[in-house]
Structures are given as structure tokens and as C-alpha cells.
Design a protein around this ligand. Structure first.
Ligand SMILES: [Zn+2]
Length: 363
């Protein structure tokens, strides 16, 4: 079914005689005003959910964008999907305004403006963005890994972030822990982190706890949590996270950094069918890792936790949105000096003390 071209003047007349006119530009473009009588619906939203805006395949509809290219492409997509009377306004809003046709103001919400570049992605859209708004993430550690992860999760609109850290900001942290600034030296990291994240995105809720995560207290922080980000630098906390998450069936994103190298994985022990496992499947004994030095002893290039923390945030967002291939059952190694990424396939240990029961249930 070919797309029908229509010029701006004809479009206004048809709209006034009752035909639906959709402004398929993006929310930040609507903010400067939309064509009088038009209904704003972004292109990605229309292509994804056309049946929400059109009463069946026979309803005539006109599409308007900035210059006419997007409306042509979108009209063609709708025509290909079976819609029989789709018109594309030639020259878009530019022709509309050049012809002196009437405009109307449009109040674009903070949500639509802030997340417009994400919602335009067909894999996310409004539905995905709303999913992120409802998501609740526990971020353990507001240091080198927690800083970039927290920044991007807050910017992306994860609705609720719970931050747990018991440290204060030291000048030697500032080389990599980018949530904190010079003025925050001596302050609790959770206080400093909350003020930075709130300044970036005031529309999300940030809960903070000045506490050290351990085997005895972690369960109380997992209540209603969808996913945990491990931004710790010690093995005791990591095993506490792994064991509690395995027990509760909650996924957690592991990240670790050593000098110019790092590792990332997504542990989800209760999903053996997706090759999920826990940290203890890899390292059964706490003692086996206790001698590894932390950043203060071994040194670290500031961007290393930056890269690993951003990869952790990426895995978190993918998981919360349910898109892409999660890093479950795979350990990604990053070597920054050689600039090489490679991965190791992991398998659940059926005899694992923490998660072997999942593997056995799955048979
Ligand atoms: Zn395990």
C-alpha cells in the first residue's frame, strides 16, 4: 500500500474536517510547539503501538515530522503493517511554519524530555522507560565502581537507588570516585553521593545507609530489590552479597578492578536454565581470595573502575529492561594496557553450598 503525500495546507484542512494528524517528532522537539490540532506521539511509540492510536487498519491518519523524512519512513512502516490510509505531510513542520499555518503550545513533561533519547530506541520506548522508573537497585559501595554505575543508573532513570557505604571521602579517592568532589573530603560517601545524584536527576528516589554490608545485615537491604550492583573492594562483602542474592533469587552484577585490569559478570543463581551461577561456584572458599590486595595497596588507573562500573550499569539496565544477552554464565575480562576484552564461559557447580540446590532442581 503506497504512502499518500499531502502538503501542509491540505493537511490542516483535512485535520479540521476530522482526520487524525499525528506529530511524530520527539518530545524535545514538541517543546517548541506543535501543529494546531495535532496529537503528539513519537515515531517509535507509534510504530510499536499503532493500534493504541488508530481505530483499525482503515482509519485515515496524517503523519508530520520536522522535514518530512521521518513521516515518510514511518508512514511506509504503517502501510507495510497493513494500515490502508496513511498520509505523510511533505516538508513537515518546516513547511507548516513557512506557510504561516497555526501552531499550538505543548507542555512537555520532565520525563519525556529527560529520557527522550532512550525512549526513541525501539528496544526501550515508553514502556521500557516506565519499567526503569519502577526498578529498585541496591548499590553496595559508593566508591570507584559505585560512582560511574550510580551516575549512569540515576541518569538513565532507575526509579529507586539504595546506596550502602560506611566510608568517608578521602582526597586519594577523587582520582576515580567521581561522585565526590574536592569539597566533599571528610564527608560520608553516601551523603556526598546522594547530593551529586540528586543534582543530576531530582526525579528519582535515593535512599542512603551509612553501613558496612555484611553477612548479618545484607538481608534487610534486599527487601523489594530487583538487582544488586557490587561496588565493594573486599571479599567478605562480596560473599555476603553472593550468598544472600542466591538465597533470595536476586541477580547481582559483579565488578572488580586490579591496577589496569577488570572483570564483570552477572550472577543469577536461581536461573540455571540461563546458565546462572553464584560467586561461590567459582571460588568456594572465602580464604582463597582474601589475600588479593585492594586499590590502596596495589594502585589503580582511575579510568579502570570507570570502565568496569559503566559495564556493570550496562548489564543492570539490560537486565531491568529485559533486552540483549545478559552476561550470565560469562566472565568478561578487560585488559586496558593491551586494550583487550575476552570472556570465559562459567558453569554452575552442582555441589555449590550456596546455589547447588537450584542446579539440582533444574535436573
Ligand atoms: Zn553457586
Amino acid at each position: 500500500m503506497p504512502v499518500k503525500p499531502v502538503n501542509a495546507r491540505e493537511a490542516l484542512e483535512l485535520q479540521r474536517s476530522g482526520m487524525l494528524l499525528l506529530d511524530i517528532r520527539e518530545p524535545d522537539e514538541w517543546a517548541a510547539g506543535i501543529a494546531e490540532g495535532a496529537r503528539p506521539v513519537s515515531r517509535s511509540e507509534l510504530e510499536k503501538n499503532a493500534c493504541r492510536y488508530l481505530d483499525g487498519f482503515d482509519q485515515p491518519v496524517m503523519l508530520l515530522c520536522a522535514g518530512g523524512k521521518r513521516s515518510d519512513a514511518c508512514a511506509q512502516a504503517l502501510a507495510d503493517a497493513g494500515y490502508k490510509a496513511v498520509y505523510s505531510v511533505q516538508g513537515g513542520i518546516q513547511s507548516w511554519q513557512a506557510d504561516g499555518l497555526p501552531m499550538q503550545a505543548h507542555q512537555t513533561s520532565d520525563f519525556d524530555l529527560r529520557y527522550s533519547r532512550q525512549m526513541v530506541l525501539p528496544q526501550i520506548g515508553r514502556e521500557g522507560q516506565e519499567k526503569l522508573s519502577r526498578a529498585r537497585v541496591l548499590l553496595v559501595g559508593a566508591g570507584g565502581l559505585g560512582s560511574p554505575a550510580g551516575f549512569y543508573l540515576a541518569a538513565a532513570g532507575v526509579g529507586h537507588l539504595c546506596l550502602v557505604d560506611d566510608d568517608t571521602v578521602d582526597k586519594s579517592n577523587l582520582q576515580r570516585q567521581i561522585l565526590h568532589k574536592n569539597d566533599n573530603v571528610g564527608e560520608l560517601k553516601v551523603i556526598s553521593a546522594k547530593s551529586t545524584l540528586n543534582a543530576l536527576n531530582p526525579s528519582i528516589s535515593i535512599e542512603i545507609h551509612n553501613d558496612k554490608i555484611s553477612r548479618t545485615n545484607i538481608r534487610k537491604y534486599l527487601n523489594e530489590i530487583d538487582l544488586v550492583i557490587d561496588g565493594t573492594d573486599n571479599f567478605k562483602a562480596r560473599y555476603a552479597i553472593s550468598d544472600a542474592c542466591a538465597e533470595a533469587g536476586i541477580p547481582w552484577v559483579y565488578g572488580a578492578v586490579y591496577r589496569f585490569e577488570g572483570q564483570v559478570s552477572l550472577f543469577h543463581a536461581s536461573r540455571p536454565e540461563q546458565r546462572g551461577l553464584c560467586y561461590r561456584c567459582l571460588f568456594p572458599e572465602v580464604e582463597s581470595g582474601l589475600n588479593a590486595p585492594n586499590c590502596s595497596e596495589a594502585g589503580v588507573l582511575g579510568v579502570a573502575p570507570g570502565i568496569i562500573g559503566v559495564l556493570q550499569a550496562t548489564e543492570a539496565l539490560k537486565f531491568l529492561l529485559g533486552i540483549g544477552q545478559p552476561l550470565i554464565g560469562r566472565l568478561l575480562h578487560v585488559d586496558l594496557l593491551g586494550m583487550r576484552f575476552h570472556q570465559t564461559e562459567l558453569t554452575q557447580d552442582p555441589a555449590c553450598a550456596a546455589c547447588g540446590s537450584y542446579s539440582n532442581t533444574a535436573g
